[in-house]
Every structure is written in C-alpha cells, then in structure tokens.
Design a protein around this ligand. Structure first.
Ligand SMILES: [Zn+2]
Length: 153
C-alpha cells in the first residue's frame, strides 16, 4: 500500500450538552401524572375513538386536535406487540446490553409504547401480558417506568 493513500483519522472527544424544553400541555400532563401518581395516561380522539399511549395532540387518521380533557388513564397492564433483543452497547442507550426492548400496548390503548422488558431468557413472546415496574424515585421522565415485567398471575 502506498504512503499516499488517505486514511481517516478519528479523534475521541466527550461532549456534554444539557437542554430543557417545554413538553407541551399533553406531554406535561403525561409526565406529571406518571411522576406524581404513577398513572400512565393516554389520549382518546373524540372524533374516531382511537386511544394513543403515549398521548399526542393530533390524531393521525382523522386530523382531529385533542386536548387535556381527552386524556384517559391506560394500563397499567399491557400486551407485548413485538420486541427485539439488544446485544450491543450504545452511547445513547440508558442501559447496558443485553436487554429487551418491547412495544407494549397498554390495556385501553390502540397504540404501543416502547420500553424495556425484563424477563427470563427466552421467555419474551408477542402476546405476553406485562406490567410496569415503577422507579423508586420518579422524576418526570419515561424512565419513571423502570421497565415492564411479566404480569403476575
Ligand atoms: Zn381520530
């Protein structure tokens, strides 16, 4: 190989960037209910009846705008819609691999919430009934649900 061939040079660096943003009326209520009451809130479209969890302001199928008065409690039990097992660490993942990410459709909701699922090796399956395990100290983030686990009984 010639000495004239360009080779990429990688520089390691660490960047910290704190930020703060307004979660919006619906997002704020979602996080406050989760933090203060351990309740998982969704939102029901008054026009077509679709229930979103986590909640959003606009209904995708019918473009109806929803508000705080449309929020409904969902779960806490849910059903695994799909899942993946993460085998590699990532700088942005909040926990070390290996772990399972699952899409959980909470009871009363039509959409699914992505979150961690802790269960025995090989136990995870679509259709599995699960329940949330809340963090010991809730701070108003999605990680106030520490993870889901197989539902008791
Ligand atoms: Zn709708």
């Amino acid at each position: 190989m010639s000495d004239n061939v360009f080779r990429p040079f990688e520089v390691d660096q660490h960047i910290t960037a704190m930020s703060r943003y307004y979660a919006g009326k619906i997002g704020s209520r979602f996080f406050v209910e989760l933090r203060d009451k351990g309740r998982i809130m969704g939102i029901k479209c008054a026009k077509c009846g679709k229930v979103y969890a986590p909640p959003r302001q606009m209904c995708g199928p019918c473009f109806h705008t929803m508000g705080e008065s449309d929020m409904v409690e969902v779960g806490p039990l849910g059903t695994v819609v799909t899942f993946t097992r993460v085998e590699y660490d990532s700088a942005v993942a909040p926990r070390k691999a290996p772990f399972v990410y699952a899409l959980v459709r909470l009871d009363g909701a039509d959409t699914a919430l992505p979150h961690f699922l802790e269960c025995a090796e090989g136990e995870v399956a679509t259709g599995m009934r699960v329940e949330p395990v809340f963090a010991g100290e809730r701070k108003g983030t999605i990680l106030d649900i520490n993870h889901f686990r197989p539902a008791a009984g």
